[in-house]
Write a protein that binds this ligand. Sequence first.
Ligand code: URA
Length: 255
Amino acid sequence: MRAAAEAAALARELRRHLRDAFEDDIASVSTNFAKTPAFGSSGAAPTALTGSKEEASQKLAEAIRACRSCPLGRARRNAVPGEGSLAADVVFIGEGPGLDEDRLGRPFVGRAGQLLDRILASIGLSRDAVYIANMVKCHPMKDSSSPDSRGNDRPPSPDEMEACRGYIEAQIRLIVPRFIVTLGGVASKALLREETPISKLRGRWREFFLEGLAAPIRLLPTYHPAALLRQPELKRAVWEDMKTLRDALGGSGCP
Ligand code: URA
């Protein structure tokens, strides 16, 4: 009960913080931030936002780097806002930064990230053509007094993902991708707000509804690359899922 109240208070604080950080940008980028609770509301269709989209993305990254709204923000070395093309057709979403990502402030740069690069390449995509982000922007650690030790990673908790949710939703509203690919059970279940195991979710298109967007976004859950490193037998399923994505992109894989 107390934890829920604290989480709700954290979420309120985060929303207030984001609103302040974005006050100046809301007018110029309102088309895509439409109706994000954290960003106020407005509702026009997405149009020529290129310049201000960049600016909004930078402001968002600054807000993420300044964020101390949950305990993860206090322990990490670097926040990891996300990176890639703001015009991407596909946004890939993992669970949260690990040690390598924490050191560099960039998503998916460790072993799982190298495998993700190869998965992208297998369908003709590159990091520059897509956008890569996480449900939480700061490194979830088992022991936060030991931020430099390997093997100290853990999945983000539901409360931590809820506290950070405004950021990934803002990124989705900014980019408005055609497709979202969630990597692993933690991100898939959190974004879809359901408990179905990843073995059942993967490979099936879902619709992701986000308030303020004119239409739902098609979302494809698949296994996390780190799971493939532990269980190579899952690679076949991910390959099937990537072919599904490639077909939806129009065959070539290049958006
Ligand atoms: N795992 C994730 O979920 N995200 C990263 O950025 C790296 C590893």
